[in-house]
Design a binder for this molecule. Structure first.
Ligand SMILES: Cc1cc2nc3c(=O)[nH]c(=O)nc-3n(C[C@H](O)[C@H](O)[C@H](O)COP(=O)(O)O)c2cc1C
Length: 191
């Protein structure tokens, strides 16, 4: 089964790159799923520029078709998100808004970082992904939250501690379980 790790921040000098790399390195040590890094900074999606509604699935632009293939190939997702003004960054909202069916009936878990571990961004993402017919994993203990400003070394680098590693392992255990279950039943859920 395939799980996409989406790194949301596209900001120059972002912390998201360091955290995305750490998450990807931990994920690569596991054998139950094949993990792919989907970095929105590299993918550089335009703002939604399709004439038809995403739910129609009839994409005109090559950039949308490529994004649809990247997401369609995955069975589940781990979103690595920052928090901007108590919500998710616009880059991520746009990436979610651009598609519909490719997200549907797939689980999504979260790694959040920020002053409060990205919790307010993740609350919003729980509503947004629910409308995309995803199955968000956001009850207590199901995600990983990094209190950014308490976990930087003197050079401003993020260094994961034992709590982060254990929390991410739990997040991935749960995500792999749901990804496996939904991969099996997904064909029956389409009407
Ligand atoms: C536009 C903007 C809004 C922000 N708002 C919040 C916020 O609401 N809550 C929070 O915890 N941090 C907030 N921050 C601080 C971010 O947590 C911090 O800058 C973090 O590094 C952002 O992730 P990034 O570097 O990967 O883009 C904000 C940062 C920016 C740039």
């Amino acid at each position: 089964m395939n799980i996409g790790i989406i790194v949301a921040s596209t900001r120059p000098n972002r912390f998201g790159g360091q955290i995305g790399d750490w998450v990807m390195n931990e994920a690569k040590k596991r054998s139950a799923a094949h993990y792919t890094l989907l970095d929105l900074m590299e993918i550089n999606l335009p703002f939604l520029d399709e004439p038809k509604l995403p739910a129609q699935g009839d994409y005109e632009h090559e950039s949308t078709k490529q994004w649809a293939k990247m997401i369609g190939d995955q069975d589940g997702f781990l979103i690595v998100t920052c928090e901007y003004n108590h919500s998710a960054p616009g880059s991520l909202k746009n990436a979610l808004d651009t598609l519909f069916h490719e997200w549907q009936n797939k689980p999504v878990s979260f790694v959040g970082y920020g002053a409060m571990g990205g919790t307010r961004a993740i609350e919003d993402l729980t509503r947004i992904t629910t409308n995309l017919d995803m199955i968000p994993q956001n009850s207590s203990g199901k995600g990983t939250h990094i209190m950014l400003f308490q976990n930087l070394d003197e050079n401003g680098k993020f260094s994961a501690n034992a709590h982060h590693v254990a929390s991410l392992a739990k997040t991935l255990d749960n995500l792999e379980k749901w990804t496996s279950i939904l991969k099996e039943v997904r064909p029956k859920l389409y009407t």
